[in-house]
Design a binder for this molecule. Structure first.
Ligand SMILES: Nc1nc2c(ncn2[C@@H]2O[C@H](COP(=O)(O)OP(=O)(O)OP(=O)(O)O)[C@@H](O)[C@H]2O)c(=O)[nH]1
Length: 212
């Protein structure tokens, strides 16, 4: 296991890809661990409920650039709630997962989002709402449109997935990674712009001396 406490934002070593911390959160049994298992190991099997938190890493190859994700899979069961929200701290990105066959897990997403926002700086962090288990379409209780509207009203990215059938799983992680890199590029561009403005600023007019 990599050495990290999960609370301190990750830093990249020189010459290594940039490191970002991504947390998965959402109610119990919505499929958070299954999404991670599918993405990191391309596997789907019966997994026990997460106890506390599980940690993984994966380098996302985005062609011209790459990004190393530190993935924190938090437990959704109520009894771990007080421990797990500590792991949201310092996250650069989050997947807020619900189960499309369970309306209660969708309603609770609002609460999970509020918990997450307490730990992230306002406007910082890429958050994607993920409706999992699309292979169970006949049991669907949350429409695509409902998910999309919730995401839009909270300025979240949105995708639906099936960890079981491997539908849209790698797309979720690569879209988030892409968005992280784009935001970083925009931030460094605007920081350079501000520096240029300061350098080009005309000198302050000299105060005229009017001593008699
Ligand atoms: N049909 C179907 N079942 C899924 C899918 N993803 C997960 N499951 C099943 O849903 C159950 C819960 O999956 P987990 O991945 O353990 O869910 P979790 O959100 O990590 O649960 P906690 O650890 O309790 O927070 C398991 O029986 C999985 O096999 C999916 O895409 N389709």
């Amino acid at each position: 296991m990599a050495q990290t406490d999960g609370l301190t934002p990750p830093r990249e070593a020189p010459g290594q890809p940039r490191v970002s911390k991504l947390v998965l959160l959402g109610s119990g049994s919505v499929g958070k661990s299954s999404l991670v298992l599918r993405y990191v190991k391309d596997d789907f099997k019966s997994v026990l409920p997460t106890v506390g938190c599980a940690f993984f890493t994966k380098v996302v190859d985005l062609g011209a650039s790459s990004l190393k994700l530190e993935i924190w899979d938090t437990a959704g069961q109520e009894k771990y709630h007080s421990v797990c929200h500590l792991y949201f701290r310092g996250a650069n990105a989050a997947l807020l997962v619900y189960d499309i066959t369970r309306k209660d897990s969708f309603h609770k997403a609002q609460q999970w989002l509020a918990d997450l926002e307490k730990e992230l700086h306002p406007g910082e962090g890429v958050v994607m709402l993920v409706g999992n288990k699309t292979d169970l379409g006949e049991q669907r209780e949350v429409t695509f449109q409902e998910g999309k509207e919730f995401a839009e009203s909270n300025k979240l990215l949105f995708m639906e997935t099936s960890a079981k059938l491997n539908l849209q799983v790698s797309e979720v992680f690569s879209t988030v990674a892409q968005e992280l890199l784009q935001r970083e590029a925009r931030q460094s561009h605007s920081a350079q712009g501000e520096a240029a403005v300061v350098l080009n600023a005309s000198p302050a007019p000299q105060a005229k001396c009017c001593a008699r």
